[in-house]
Design a protein around this ligand. Structure first.
Ligand code: NG6
Ligand code: CA
Length: 513
């Protein structure tokens, strides 16, 4: 307390608004905010969440010295919808276009929509996104050789250095503030998700170029020995080297942090790991004995350690609120031959939860979820229910600002460790299907369709019958109580329908594709 009062005094004395005086709520004002957002990292992939076969010392540092949530959720079991919800405060199933997007998809967020970076910018923040975007770009039919707009810079980010979609999708280039980075205008980029360009190498026609084999879906244009989803021509000088991607994003992040000292900043750091293709830098190959999936988790963990070091060196650690989470649950085989299953050993990426990426069961959406703020958040664990969709309203409340969003709830005090009260209920989403969590209970309404995504070995959560689980007694969702407890089931169904309305009917027959 004394320290905070002193900071307030010094700040008044200096007439500065960039230091951190205490506001009426007892929190510090204007901390820098960083989202460390991993791609497909599972609930059980951190030692701090129970992994014993994999060491994640830097993520553990944040979890063990910050607030670790054991019921923290991504909004969806896939990437685009989760990222949409995180930035807009809206459940993704309210927007029918919020599905896994191809690299050519138009911008999913309406430029008139409220977004988290816009909100922070209105309170004096500088904002940046570095890393994975996957929320679409432009208005459709993007010309990659001219300025690409609208994109992140039009929905609230002052600075952007991104990959457009995923590491397994073309275009395999970085885009900086709307322009392809290192593009040679004499070698223009063309993209086509349907047809190949005559003479261009694909995994199918040029297997000798392939260093990591892939399924048919991923077997199109070969870049850097890795076949991708979609076809690409040109842009040779702009193409990324997968093994350098982690370092490329980290360098951007470090450069950003070290130059942003005048104003508070918001940095959304979107990791590409451990999404496929898993391409660790050579210095991490073999780091875990678990093959590429383990090694890229070690690589990501190292990057997080370097980020923490940078903040420390810059004197910013006590002045920065860090969130660590993942966009969806884990998957082992997601299209490339990288021995993730064969080399898994005793590791459980889902931490014993049922399902995984794409699944309506818990492992689809329940993810590592940590807040860290040196000196302000006490080390603690919380079992309260909290979702990434809540980050927008929670952070707005730091400025006594309310947001008109109906889905994002203000849980700032929970995130900072001042209460253990979280959400009463939450809609879970997986490939457009939805389910309902209320307290310890989960209701998965009937979703006809395949029960298993066979190539991935993941249970979908589909079924012709209702599923009702009590997570307090049955964390791995083995005991369906829907028939035994019809009243509970009916009451949950009514509450669920009161939120999702007709969306249940219109999505219940959708299949995973
Ligand atoms: C799927 C891809 C998968 C991955 C995923 C997106 C196929 C068969 N599978 O469609 O490899 O790219 O999309 O992952 O194409 S996410 O984490 O960005 O949602
Ligand atoms: Ca993902």
């Amino acid at each position: 307390m004394k320290k905070l009062a002193l900071i307030a005094l010094v700040s008044i004395a200096l007439g500065s608004c960039t230091t951190n005086p205490k506001n009426s709520k007892g929190t510090l004002e204007n901390p820098n905010i960083i989202f460390i957002y991993l791609d497909d990292l599972g609930y059980g992939d951190l030692s701090a969440y129970g992994a014993t076969e994999l060491a994640t010392p830097n993520m553990d540092f944040l979890a063990n010295n910050g607030r670790k949530f054991t019921n923290g959720y991504a909004t969806s079991a896939t990437c685009t919808p989760s990222r949409y919800a995180l930035l807009t405060g809206q459940y993704p199933w309210r927007n029918r276009n919020a599905k896994i997007l191809p690299g050519t998809a138009p911008l999913l967020i309406d430029t008139a929509q409220i977004t988290l970076p816009k909100m922070l910018r209105s309170h004096g923040y500088e904002t940046a996104v570095i890393g994975k975007w996957h929320l679409g770009l432009g208005l459709g039919n993007v010309n990659w050789n001219t300025h690409i707009s609208p994109g992140p810079n039009e929905v609230g980010f002052d600075y952007s250095f991104i990959m457009a979609a995923t590491q397994d999708r073309v275009p395999t280039v970085y885009i900086k503030d709307g322009d392809v980075y290192n593009l040679d205008v004499n070698d223009p980029i063309e993209i086509d998700y349907e047809n190949n360009f005559p003479g261009e190498p694909t995994g199918e026609n040029s297997p000798h170029l392939v260093k990591m084999k892939a399924d048919a879906q991923h077997n199109r244009t070969v870049v850097n020995g890795v076949p991708r989803i979609g076809h690409m021509k040109g842009g040779q000088s702009a193409r990324w080297v997968d093994e350098d991607m982690a370092d490329d994003f980290l360098k951007e992040v470090q450069a950003y942090i070290t130059t942003k000292k005048d104003k508070p900043f918001f940095l959304y750091y979107g990791f590409q790991q451990p999404h496929v293709p898993r391409t660790p830098h050579p210095r991490f190959v073999g780091a875990t004995g678990m093959g590429p999936r383990g090694d890229v988790i070690a690589e990501a963990d190292w990057c997080i350690g370097e980020l923490i070091k940078t903040l420390e060196q810059e004197g910013l650690l006590e002045n920065t609120l860090i969130f660590l989470s993942s966009d969806n649950g884990p998957v082992l085989d997601d299209g490339y031959v990288d021995y993730a299953i064969e080399k898994l050993g005793n590791h459980s990426p889902s931490g014993g939860l049922r399902g995984g990426k794409y699944s309506l069961f818990e492992a689809g959406t329940r993810v590592p979820f940590v807040t860290y703020w040196k000196g302000t958040i006490e080390p603690s664990t919380s079992d309260a229910i909290i979702s990434q969709v809540d980050w927008l309203s929670s952070l707005s409340s730091m400025f006594d600002a309310s947001t008109p969003e109906i889905d994002s709830e203000n849980h700032l005090n929970l995130l900072l460790g001042k209460t253990n009260e979280g959400r009463k209920d939450l809609i879970l989403e997986a490939t457009s299907r939805t389910a309902y969590r209320q307290g310890d209970w989960v209701l998965i309404p009937p979703h006809p369709g395949p029960k298993m995504f066979f190539t991935k070995g993941i249970e979908s959560g589909n079924g012709d019958e209702y599923q009702l689980y009590n997570l307090a007694e049955d964390a791995s969702q083995k005991n369906n109580l829907a028939e035994k407890l019809p009243e509970k089931r009916e009451q949950m169904m009514q509450n669920y329908l009161a939120i999702v309305g007709d969306v249940y009917k219109s999505t219940s027959n959708l299949r995973f594709d």
